[in-house]
Design a protein around this ligand. Structure first.
Ligand SMILES: C[S@@+](CC[C@H](N)C(=O)[O-])C[C@H]1O[C@@H](n2cnc3c(N)ncnc32)[C@H](O)[C@@H]1O
Length: 321
């Protein structure tokens, strides 16, 4: 075992402790809920990449199309010599469009909770961009208050694509944006990708794909609990349950117990009645008034917004000034 593998395993023990605390407290309250960030272990990140390729999941294709068209404009507004800070970077696929367009980038900081996936992504980026300073940060972006020293002095351009902001409640979104605005600094800006409100059928299909990959992504949370917390969930005893709540303007995702059952997690027993649900994810959808209110709530000013011809998705450039 080499030193870097040891370092990763030590840190993964910390990750495991956090996971256990969140699961035990999330399953002890009613309604039951586990924060969405725990969906992303190494397997969860791989499954998310597969979701991005699904025919029903228009989000990734659409946002990528918008970014392909507007990346030069983003680069021009941001100017040369910036540091690019990406929140929830995943496989950093869309970021490459900005990395290619921006002039004299001083550093790229991908931030993600999925430690091994982040590590592999950073290795691939260093190979493909040998002159770029790549400084990955494995952290929960909700609590991040400092960045690697390499970005000091540079103008900071934040990047939060994938409609990941939709996973946050309105209060969490405002808290996140305020923190990001402070971290990005007065000369900073944030490029934000948001999914727009649309035909509920289209939304429903995007989170209930016919190949069942999104269901696997949800059920992987139980698999992760079995592996990391010594739990004994029967994966066949739960179903992925996702639907659009038009009143709240969000997709709601749960794991639904198919029958009365008991599961043990980290030595504690939890009973589930038939039909009882564990909440795993929100995905809020926005309209232009909602985007404006969001920016406003954290003191950002919308400089420019790009959409696709069918108005499915929006990419917004928010100025911190
Ligand atoms: C919806 S995926 C988006 C991935 C990629 N940015 C894209 O647009 O395709 C969300 C990403 O954010 C990461 N993530 C989720 N919650 C997080 C948190 N609280 N802190 C840091 N990363 C988080 C996940 O591991 C995952 O890679």
């Amino acid at each position: 075992m080499n030193v870097s593998a040891l370092a990763i395993e030590g840190l993964e023990a910390v990750d495991r402790g956090e996971f256990e605390d969140a699961v035990l407290s999330g399953l002890s309250r009613h309604p039951r809920a586990i924060p969405a960030r725990f969906l992303y272990d190494e397997r969860g990140s791989e499954l998310f990449d597969q979701i991005c390729e699904l025919p029903e999941y228009y989000l990734t294709r659409t946002e990528t199309g918008i970014l392909e068209a507007c990346a030069p404009e983003i680069a021009a507004i941001a100017g040369p010599g910036c540091a690019l800070i990406e929140y929830g970077s995943g496989s950093s696929v869309k970021s490459r469009l900005l990395l290619d367009a921006m002039v004299d980038l001083s550093a790229y900081v991908p931030i993600d909770v999925s430690r091994r996936h982040l590590d592999a992504t950073a290795t691939a980026l260093r190979r493909d961009y040998p002159d770029l300073e790549v400084r990955p940060v494995c952290a929960d972006y909700m609590g991040l208050s400092e960045l690697p020293g390499e970005v000091n002095g540079a103008r900071r351009l934040g990047f939060f694509p994938g409609s990941t902001i939709g996973n946050l409640t309105p209060g969490e979104s405002t808290a996140f944006l305020r923190r990001a605005r402070t971290l990005l600094g007065e000369r900073g800006a944030l490029v934000l990708g948001v999914d727009l409100k649309k035909d509920p059928r289209r939304l429903h299909d995007a989170y209930n794909d016919s190949a069942g990959v999104t269901a696997q992504f949800s059920l992987n949370l139980l698999r992760r609990m079995n592996r990391e917390l010594g739990a004994d969930f029967d994966l066949a005893g739960f179903a992925h349950d996702a639907f659009y709540n038009a009143v709240e303007g969000r997709i709601e995702i749960y794991l639904r117990s198919l029958s009365p059952q008991v599961a043990t997690v980290a030595g504690r027993r939890f009973s589930f009645s038939a039909g009882e649900r564990i909440h795993t994810e929100w995905s809020y959808k926005f309209d232009s008034a909602g985007i404006e209110a969001l920016a406003d709530s954290a003191g950002f000013v919308i400089a420019r917004t790009w959409t696709d011809p069918a108005n499915l998705f929006a990419v917004t450039y928010l100025d911190a000034t």
